[in-house]
Design a protein. Structure first.
Length: 374
């Protein structure tokens, strides 16, 4: 099987960082004026000098998004299955060395949580868990999907990296999307952030989207944890990864998320601070570079930022999120993965979207179309 690792090893973190500082405003203008843009153009658009054209980039991102996706925002909510984890990650509330209350949902608790979300109007569900293979492994995930799939139009998962065979089983069971974040593409310091557990294997995680794509999953979501390392360099490698995947697994769709480091139990302070204007530049750069990619904004971001990003490139948003297992109904005190910043309800977010002149969409696809023969 082909692997992104072969592409990744052709690039140097330090050289990309140097290139960023060599980019001129003329390079940025040339990239903005092109019809078909390359990964080199993306590098230009996330460079420090490109921030001088942020207003123009925002206007372009708005136009491109409306042309490709219309004036809609798809809404979803996460359902946390478990906060048990066998990894030590220095930035995560679920880290093994945080000696706090752990919980994995039983079947009955899972359904209580799911029905609470259903009552909120949620039809796109994201299943999330810590990385504890013996407790929440493939058997647990398959069972959860079987229990939930008749109640929701769309089920996505964000769990530990799995084998290709396991992704195939999830695909057969009806999983629509799989999200997996490399966290940082800085291989040398990756081990410092992940000193223990299966997650410490940088290359196994790096090749996970290849296994997802080979399994035929409909949509693959990528991202980096913004705050661990230089956001510009990390984001270049994330875009490089997406660029490779779109060519290799062209039947799949792709999304990108922008998790910024948020407060959580026992975590480190951000190594690199990313301001709101930086995140806006990054989102606009992705949209201008790649018209087809879906852009997802979570409740990690504050209300003001989320209000304004509705019209500037976003296509998907979470709302009413709880980041602990049982957080909607059965165990509101269990350990959170991170604190949310936007705590407004699903209904409040829908009204904000409508006020911006956009349509909040709870369901944009029906499973019946997956089996239609043309």
């Amino acid at each position: 099987m082909n692997s992104f690792k072969q592409v990744f090893e052709k690039y140097s973190w330090e050289r990309i960082k140097e290139r960023m500082d060599e980019i001129t405003l003329s390079d940025v203008h040339r990239s903005l004026n092109k019809k078909n843009r390359t990964i080199e153009d993306f590098l230009h658009l996330i460079s420090p000098v490109a921030s001088q054209e942020l207003e123009l980039m925002a206007a372009m991102a708005q136009t491109i998004t409306q042309k490709r996706f219309g004036k809609i925002i798809q809404l979803y909510a996460p359902l946390y299955l478990s906060n048990e984890c066998q990894n030590i990650c220095t930035y995560c509330g679920f880290s093994l060395d945080n000696k706090l209350k752990r919980k994995t949902l039983s079947d009955s608790e899972l359904m209580l949580e799911a029905m609470a979300l259903k009552a909120m109007g949620v039809d796109h569900l994201l299943l999330v868990s810590g990385e504890a293979n013996k407790t929440v492994g493939i058997s647990y995930f398959l069972n959860a999907v079987k229990l939930l799939k008749s109640h929701f139009a769309n089920i996505s998962i964000e769990v530990q990296p799995l084998s290709g065979e396991e992704y195939s089983l999830l695909h057969q069971e009806g999983v629509h999307s799989v999200l997996v974040y490399q966290e940082t593409y800085h291989e040398e310091v990756y081990k410092q952030y992940h000193p223990k557990g299966k997650k410490s294997n940088f290359h196994f995680r790096l090749e996970t989207p290849d296994r997802i794509g080979a399994a035929g999953i409909h949509k693959i979501g990528l991202g980096v944890l913004l705050g661990l390392e230089d956001w510009r360099v990390d984001s270049f490698f994330n875009a490089l990864h997406i660029n490779y995947l779109q060519k290799e697994y062209w039947r799949s769709r792709f999304s990108v998320s922008f998790p910024r480091l948020r407060p959580a139990e026992g975590i480190i302070e951000p190594n690199f601070v990313m301001e709101d204007k930086d995140l806006l530049q990054l989102i606009c750069a992705y949209r201008i570079w790649n018209e087809d990619i879906e852009i997802s904004i979570s409740t990690r971001e504050n209300e003001l930022f989320r209000n304004h990003i509705i019209s500037l490139g976003a296509t998907t948003m979470s709302a009413g999120s709880k980041t602990n297992p049982g957080g909607y109904t059965v165990d509101r005190e269990s350990l959170e993965q991170f604190e949310t910043s936007d705590e407004r309800s699903m209904e409040e977010i829908k009204e904000v979207i409508k006020a911006a002149g956009y349509d909040p969409v709870m369901k944009d696809w029906d499973k019946v179309y997956n089996s239609v023969s043309l």
